[in-house]
Ligand binder design. Structure first.
Ligand code: NAP
Length: 239
C-alpha cells in the first residue's frame, strides 16, 4: 500500500525539497504553508502526473492548534510527519518584544506539539509511524543574536528525545535533523561578506543545499526502527 507524508512549511526551502524527494519515491503528499499558496498549487499541478502520487495542499498556520486540527480533519491516516515549518529572529535578546518571542516559540515549538497530538492517534491505529522534527545546530550550541531561535530548537531537541521514549513501545520513531547553514530564504539577511566569513568557518567550505537536507530527512524516515530519540547533525563539520 502507498505511504503518505505530511510536510509543514512545504512552499519553499527545505520543506519544498522534501516534497519533491518524497514524491519521487512514490509518497502521497500532504503539504502546507502559512501564506504561500502558489508554490503549493504548482506542486499539486506537477507532482501527481510526474510520479503517480496524490498531493493535497492547504494553508495552515501551524502555530494555531485550531488550524492544525482543521488540517488533520482531512487526513485519514499518516505514515510520516515532518515538522519543518519554522521562523528565525535575528537581534539582541533585549530588543526582542514578548510578542515576537511568543510568536517564534509557537511557530517553532508549539507547532510540533499540535501536529504530533493530531498525528499520534492515526499512527497508533495503524501500528507504526515516524515523526521527524527539523532542528538546528543552534539548538545544541546556541548562537549569539539568535537566543530565542536557539532556545526554540533546544526545546525541539528535548521534545524529540522525550517523545521518542514515550512512543517507542508503540513502534513510532521520533528523530530530529539538526542542520547547519542551508541555502534557503532563511539566510537571505546575510550579506555576501557575512556569508563568506561563515563559510570560512565550515570545514566543508560551502553552504548545504535543500536537496541534501531533504535527503537526510528521507533517510531518517527510512532508518531502522531501532533508531529513535536521536538528533542527527548535518552541518558540513561546522559545530
Ligand atoms: P524558509 O525557506 O524560510 O521556509 C519556511 C517555511 O515554513 C515556508 O514554507 C513557510 O511558509 C513555512 N512557515 C513559516 N511559518 C509558518 C507557520 N506559522 N505555519 C505554517 N508554515 C509556516 O526556511 P527553511 O530554511 O527551509 O527552514 C525550514 C526549517 O529548517 C525551519 O524549521 C528552520 O528553522 C530549519 N533550519 C533551517 C536552516 C537554514 O540554514 N536554512 C538551518 C537549520 C534549521 P510560507 O511560505 O507560507 O511563509
Amino acid at each position: 500500500m502507498k505511504k503518505n507524508v505530511l510536510i509543514t512549511g512545504a512552499s519553499r526551502g527545505i520543506g519544498a525539497a522534501c516534497a519533491r524527494t518524497f514524491a519521487r519515491a512514490g509518497y502521497d503528499l500532504y503539504l502546507c504553508a502559512q501564506r504561500s499558496l502558489e508554490p503549493l498549487l504548482q506542486f499539486q499541478k506537477e507532482l501527481p502526473s510526474a510520479y503517480g502520487i496524490s498531493c493535497h495542499v492547504s494553508l495552515c498556520d501551524v502555530s494555531s492548534y485550531e488550524a492544525v486540527r482543521a488540517l488533520f480533519a482531512d487526513i485519514p491516516s499518516l505514515d510520516i510527519l515532518i515538522n519543518n515549518a519554522g521562523i528565525s529572529h535575528i537581534g539582541l535578546l533585549q530588543d526582542m518584544s514578548p510578542a515576537e518571542w511568543e510568536r517564534l516559540m509557537s511557530v517553532n515549538v508549539s507547532s510540533c506539539f499540535y501536529t504530533a497530538k493530531c498525528a499520534i492517534p492515526l499512527m497508533l491505529a495503524q501500528g507504526h509511524g515516524r515523526i521527524l522534527n527539523v532542528s538546528s545546530v543552534w539548538g545544541g550550541v546556541g548562537a549569539s543574536m539568535e537566543t530565542a531561535y536557539s532556545a526554540s530548537k533546544g526545546a525541539v531537541n528535548a521534545f524529540t528525545r522525550a517523545l521518542a521514549k514515550e512512543l517507542a513501545p508503540s513502534n513510532i520513531q521520533v528523530n530530529a535533523a539538526a542542520f547547519g547553514l542551508i541555502d534557503t530564504d532563511m539566510n537571505q539577511h546575510l550579506s555576501e561578506s557575512e556569508l563568506r566569513s561563515l563559510i570560512q568557518e565550515i570545514p566543508a567550505d560551502r553552504i548545504g543545499s535543500c536537496e541534501e537536507a531533504a535527503a537526510l530527512l528521507f533517510q531518517l524516515a527510512h532508518a531502522p526502527a531501532y533508531l529513535t530519540g536521536q538528533i542527527v547533525t548535518m552541518d558540513g563539520g561546522w559545530t
